[in-house]
Design a protein around this ligand. Structure first.
Ligand code: ZN
Length: 176
């Protein structure tokens, strides 16, 4: 009897892995393997208990991100964004943020309160998505990943240096 196929869980890479620090390549082929990759990214994200995951975080330098922000209205609201672009922002919010590529490090980050994003779906069709509060933060965080930007690049230089120093120590101790 054939084994049921299990969705592949990828290893999430951590800062300062070079793939996290450079701009990802636009997706140009919308085929079965892209759909497969998105499915694997959801599985990887859920296992890590994240609400968003960008392809560079699993060492794939492509402009693809998956998001599933808890929403009381639509609990199963999965978003897949291919080649996303922020086309509108409004207001600001200042909340604590974390990242699967930065382990337990959390800092308050200033973000727009409301965003509108234009992206392609897995078939290559363009669509727009709007978000506020947590979804806006998540959209901006994930799109940053596709440009090689991490949330520690959006905090004060002093705080960033302290975090980087802390990470270097952890790497040396083999605890990162
Ligand atoms: Zn992140």
């Amino acid at each position: 009897m054939a084994e049921p196929t299990k969705t592949k869980i990828h290893k999430i890479v951590k800062y300062p892995e070079p793939v996290l620090l450079k701009k990802a390549e636009p997706v140009t082929v919308f085929d079965y393997s892209l759909r497969q990759l998105a499915e694997e990214m959801f599985a990887t994200m859920y296992e890590a208990r994240g609400i968003g995951l960008a392809a560079p975080q699993i060492a794939i330098p492509k402009q693809l991100t998956v998001i599933d922000v808890p929403n009381e209205k639509k609990p199963e609201d999965q978003l897949v964004l291919v080649n996303p672009e922020v086309i509108f922002t409004e207001g600001s919010q200042y909340e604590e943020e974390g990242c699967l590529s930065l382990a337990d490090i959390r800092e308050k980050v200033k973000r727009a309160a409301k965003v509108k994003v234009r992206a392609q779906n897995l078939s290559g069709e363009f669509f727009e998505v709007e978000g506020d509060t947590l979804l806006a933060r998540c959209l901006l965080h994930e799109i940053d990943h596709l440009h090689g930007v991490l949330f520690i690049d959006r905090i004060s230089r002093l705080k960033r240096e302290l975090i980087v120093r802390q990470i270097r120590k952890l790497i040396k101790a083999g605890e990162w």
